[in-house]
Design a protein around this ligand. Sequence first.
Ligand code: CAA
Length: 283
Amino acid sequence: MEFKAIGVLGAGTMGAGIAQVCAEAGFKVVLVDIAPEFVDKAVKGMNKNWSKAVEKGKMAADQAEKLNALVTTSTDNAAFKDCDIVIEAIVENIDIKKKVFKQLGEICGPDAILASNTSALSITEIAAATNRPNKVVGMHFFNPVPVMKLIEVIPGAETTDDVVEAVMDLSRKIGKEPVRAKESPGFIVNRILVPYINEAAIVYQEGIASAEEIDKAMKLGANMPMGPLALCDLVGIDVVLAICEYYWREFGDSKYRPSLAFRQKVRAGHLGMKTGKGFYDYT
Ligand code: CAA
């Protein structure tokens, strides 16, 4: 399977990062979101990262221009029609994903792979909504995408091995290390990482220590690159809350019950870095 053009649906933090790394690997990228301001913001972000790389002497100025030229944007999913793969990175809502994947199946050529960057949801369920469940696969990136090396590749019940292999190969081509995981809520990383972040939020909620102290403790006492509450702000408190709730529903185990601190912050609209406020203030 040869990839020339890669579609990325969703121009938020993850979609923008995915589009950036795909362009850096020399692929044509079609980036789509529902509103022009979303795609414009993503393209600005990519260009900012490339300008920084030029300033640091890590990239030639003309290379940054070439990369920019590889990315086209649209607000219409029909723009994906010639893509060899579409990587979806939209909101973590199964009903919306199913609707979107059904539509992508109707738009894309019969050989195109449809990948989801879902961090926890069932690939089989998303795949069942399409006209090609054998070509639907999980391709889970990590935040910040340009820095984090891992991609979890998750086959659904009907995904063929050649599709999984093609996506693992593509992951290597964009400079990442793929790991194959069976379909299960949260796959590998989030199954382990999200309960850890939740426990940190419970420690915070119980007043055992401040956010700064909790993060300092985990950085200096467990050598984490960043503390769990800062990481929660980076990932998005709404995202972490949604994942906890999903585990709780799927496993029926109260150990996944989300911290009230998540709920309070989400109700206040304090979702982390993306809104300027979460466990920390970024304004
Ligand atoms: N975009 C692009 N590049 C970025 C970046 C971003 N958002 N953030 C940092 N970088 C780059 C910097 O430019 C810098 O590059 P150079 O080496 O070329 O100068 C490099 O990364 C290191 O950055 P900093 O020196 O500013 O900071 P740091 O060394 O503290 O690293 C970090 C920052 C990479 C975020 C690090 O703290 C870290 O690894 N944190 C943990 C992140 C993590 O666990 N992510 C997974 C989250 S879970 C997830 O994403 C899954 C999900 O589904 C919810």
